[in-house]
Ligand binder design. Structure first.
Ligand code: F6R
Length: 610
């Protein structure tokens, strides 16, 4: 949510900043801007719109200078506009700031500044910070000291990058609740809110911690705490295992399509070294729990937001089925606000692709404060949730750029299957059933490739239904989270209204909506509820509703208007595979409607605000 880029070194800064912004655009894309120092003043260029609009605006692309800061925005305070775009500056055009996060006492700070005669030119919370820092520079000649003192007045979250036009050889950056990573180059330093903007330049990085501030010059950096009595934190760079190609399209038309196609490889990576044929179980060393502790777990609670929550629902089903331990899933965004009863014997699983979702992070902190045991199921190594949890299962899906999550969700389900298998095998799951799951997991990547091989047929179906005003996604028990995820994906990327419903509940009201204009996507796993699901299809057809059946059962084509067929691996794993055609359906509906699939309107990857 919003992207920050900064550079200080020997190159021209603008191309580095624009390229970095371009790579972070998936995090926010309603406006963009940059600032460079010039003869003791600032040159600021910003615009509503995309990074390419900024690049094409006036002289932006040719501004000279070896230091600069830049931002791509997802609006929180103030509508998307040129004035509200970052960077924001003080009245004398000396201090420029770019900011991710939310200043909670912004109104109070803005009123105080106005009372002092400061003319605010934007509706943002960020502008106040620029004025506060400039005021502090009357009392100190250290930019870092001025930023530190100014931030003591700011309540809320921030990843903040500051440029002082009178010190054109340094930048100051601070973090509280919104990620900041430093990239260490050879005689140059990079700053970003996400490693995606850095990997083209360096793989040596430093993740700032909450409550840390850093000063960067071309030849290095120093970090310290943000408190009134600062202490050096002496951070040492680590090498990240990510290459520039991981962030490139590699011949695909967009990242969503690329990430759907990458799923078989992503699953193979998640399984590597984690399946144990000797004991028909899984090895998840990152849990840091021995067999006795695993046996002592009284229940498992999965917490995540949006699609990660639906993946958690699948996880809860897997744990109940394989381990017979009570398990539930709950949106982390609700959990954190409802004063939850925390069971010290329960295992809480915080699920997040980005590892930065504020609601999920807050749920983890609330759990830990109450003595709950919480592990992470996180994709982004080094992210806030991964570090806050300290133990867990990394998803190993690789970087996910498209706003709509696909491969990370599949790897969440894969990881939960391994967790459920491990919990089951220290309890009563037989070795034969354990081995059936191990074999099923191994068969998943090929099954995914087979499914993606059928893309043309799914695209053809999508083109026929894309103009529907609304669609139902129907599933029950194992297929219920699948239906929810299918509806979510369609809404998100195509803007077609979609509603997920449990097949069993349809007749209690929503059946009234069925007519020839309302298509239903019915998820039909080949399980003990097959006959009931066929009955549901009949009820919809009897009311004239078009039906797309997504099934791995051996049903005739005549069962529905369209049938999307899915390979079988094991009943417990089928929901994972049944989800993949729904990704393709949403993707091709979006394309048919001319949507920007990677950057759906109003959304951003990783929601780091409330
Ligand atoms: C849907 C989607 C979102 C995320 C949710 C959680 O395609 O991407 O619903 O699943 O915002 O994000 P993470 O997993 O990063 O915590």
């Amino acid at each position: 949510m919003c992207g920050i880029v900064g550079y200080v070194g020997h190159r021209q800064a603008v191309p580095v900043l624009l390229e970095g912004l371009h790579r972070l655009e998936y995090r926010g894309y309603d406006s963009a801007g940059l600032a460079l120092p010039y003869r003791g003043k600032l040159r600021v260029r910003k615009t509503q719109g995309r990074v390419k609009d900024l690049r094409d605006k006036g002289d932006t692309a040719t501004l000279p200078g070896n230091v600069g800061i830049a931002h791509t925005r997802w609006a929180t305070h103030g509508e998307p506009s040129d004035a509200n775009a970052h960077p924001h500056t003080d009245t004398s055009s000396r201090i420029a700031v770019v900011h991710n996060g939310i200043v909670e006492n912004a109104e109070q700070l803005r009123s105080e500044l106005t009372a002092l005669g400061v003319q605010l030119v934007s509706d943002t919370d960020t502008e106040a910070i620029a004025h506060l820092i400039a005021a502090e520079l009357d009392a100190t000649d250290s930019l870092e000291a001025a930023v530190r003192t100014a931030l003591h007045r700011v309540q809320g979250t921030y990843g903040l990058l500051v440029l002082d036009a009178r010190r054109p050889d340094e930048l100051v950056v601070a973090r509280n609740g919104s990620p900041i990573v430093l990239g260490v180059g050879d005689g140059e330093m990079f700053i970003a809110s996400d490693v995606a903007a850095l990997v083209h330049h360096t793989q040596r990085v430093v993740f700032l911690d909450d409550g840390e501030i850093a000063t960067l010059r071309a030849d290095g950096f120093r970090t310290s705490t943000l408190g009134a009595e600062p202490e050096q934190t002496d951070k040492v760079p680590t090498t990240i295992d990510m290459a520039a190609e991981d962030y490139a399209l590699g011949g695909y038309p967009d990242f969503m399509r690329k990430e759907i196609a990458e799923q078989s490889e992503a699953v193979r990576r998640a399984l590597r070294g984690r399946l144990d044929d000797r004991f028909a179980t899984a090895r998840l060393g990152g849990l840091n729990m021995d067999a006795r502790e695993l046996r002592g777990i009284s229940k498992v609670v999965f917490l995540g937001c949006g699609s990660a929550y639906y993946a958690g629902q699948l996880g809860a089903q897997l744990v109940e089925e394989l381990a017979r331990i009570p398990a539930t899933a709950e949106p982390a965004s609700e959990f954190r606000y409802r004063n939850p009863v925390v069971d010290p014997d329960a295992l809480y699983v915080a699920i997040s692709q980005s590892g930065e979702t504020l609601d999920t992070l807050a749920a983890v902190q609330e759990l830990q404060r109450k003595g709950g045991r919480v592990i992470g199921a996180v994709n982004a190594v080094g992210s806030a949730i991964a570090r806050q949890c300290g133990a867990g299962v990394f998803l190993h899906a690789g970087p996910e750029i498209s706003v709509a999550s696909t491969k990370a969700l599949t790897n969440m389900t894969v990881s939960f299957t391994m967790l459920a298998l491990l919990l089951g095998r220290v309890r009563d799951l037989s070795a034969a059933d354990g081995q059936r799951i191990v074999d099923g997991l191994r068969a998943v990547p090929d099954a995914i490739d087979q499914l993606i091989g059928d893309e043309a047929a799914i695209a053809e179906i999508a083109q026929r239904y894309a103009k529907a005003r609304s669609m139902f996604f129907i599933g029950r028990v194992r297929a219920w989270p699948v239906a929810r995820e299918g509806a979510q994906k369609l809404k998100e990327v195509s803007y077609v209204h979609a509603e997920a419903y449990q097949a069993s509940e349809l007749k209690h009201g929503p059946l009234a909506l069925i007519d020839p204009e309302m298509p239903s996507v019915v998820i039909v796993p080949d399980d003990e509820l097959l006959a009931k699901n066929i009955n549901t299809i009949e009820q919809i057809k009897a009311r004239g509703g078009p039906v797309i059946a997504v099934t791995n059962a051996d049903l005739p084509d005549s069962i529905a208007d369209d049938v999307i067929r899915v390979p079988k691996v094991a009943p417990e794993l089928d929901p994972m595979l049944l989800t993949i055609p729904l990704q393709l359906l949403a993707y091709h509906c979006a394309l048919a409607l001319g949507r920007d699939v990677d950057k759906p309107r109003n959304l951003a990857k990783s929601v780091t605000v409330e």
